[in-house]
Design a protein around this ligand. Sequence first.
Ligand code: DHB
Length: 389
Amino acid sequence: ITTQVAIMGAGPAGLMLAHLLATAGIDSTVVEVRSHKDISETVRAGILEHGTVNMLVDSGVSDRVLRDGDRHDGIELRFNGESHRIDFKELVGESVWLYPQTDVFLDLAARRKADGGDVRYSVTETAVHNIEGKPKVWFTDADGVEYEIQAEFVVGADGSRSHCRFQVPEAHRKWYFHEYPFAWFGILAEAPHSADELIYANSANGFALISQRTQTVQRMYFQCNPKENVADWDDDRIWAEFRRRVNGNGFELKEGPVIDKMVLPFRSFVHTPMRHGNLFLAGDAAHTVPPTGAKGLNLAIHDVKVLFEGLDSYFRSGSTQLLDSFSSRALDRVWKAQQFSYWMTTMLHTPVDADDFSRARQLGELNSVVSSRHGMAYLAEAYTGWPSL
Ligand code: DHB
């Protein structure tokens, strides 16, 4: 196969890039080790920044997000038994959309299919070679046929367990890690909305997040031990835990049968720079954020926006200027999002060794945010998404 850009990974980053390239007449082949079914059945986060929504709509992927998604103009921070609304619209004039990542994937995959894009799911034996020269990608397709792709560039959009990033020689990369002493226990439950907007709840018993999916299915999380085993948690125990963290002062969660449960990993990671030779990294392949604030997908889409501008400019004019600035432009937002996700996480979660001082200090921090227009505006600007550079 000869193509202009070989894309490793058919998640939102890889498919969005392939779509944007196609709109500019640039060829790509996407290879993905997972099956279409497997990706579409994985439950991921559900909040899209306005910039992400605009990209989906303006680039013609789909306007389903505007019809089936829900616009949210704010969130609630709940602590000390009281809820405090952060009014995004009023503070920074922006909103976010509740629209599951799974639907973003389905929209992108359907668009690639309708446009005749070359996307190979369920491949095996992938290998990337010669990223400092003319790159080659090997893979075996779902029918067992072996292929070699010759491309001008390779994009590693192969997720948090990226193989592509290992192609960058150790002397040319730096990895930044931060581990947290907790994880999230996530559920899907058959129940009506408990509130109009998402609730981020801090309590002495730990953090909980009350999110939504549809009128009849809700998504919720509570802070847990990373080694927690879902089999140890029946519905009664799960709801008792949510009640301890969220209910009170006249507020009660609407409960119902738990239809899915999982423990989500929690870490911060950045690979720099995001380019080596003719290999570019995008999305989770280059960075992971803890889930608090739902920045993962939005960052991936922003990486792709910046990378597309570079590739488009190169194939149009031969200029490498925008490709050369890709890594620093993408990383500018990555580090803002790392800071925001870390801040939301530490502000809202209960430290494992919480003493009286750290508990009282945390309430002071939360109070300093919700009692200050400037504090709330920082949160609102970050949550809804910074302007792109
Ligand atoms: C969801 C996940 C998040 O991490 C978040 O901050 C908000 C919402 C979700 O899955 O709905």
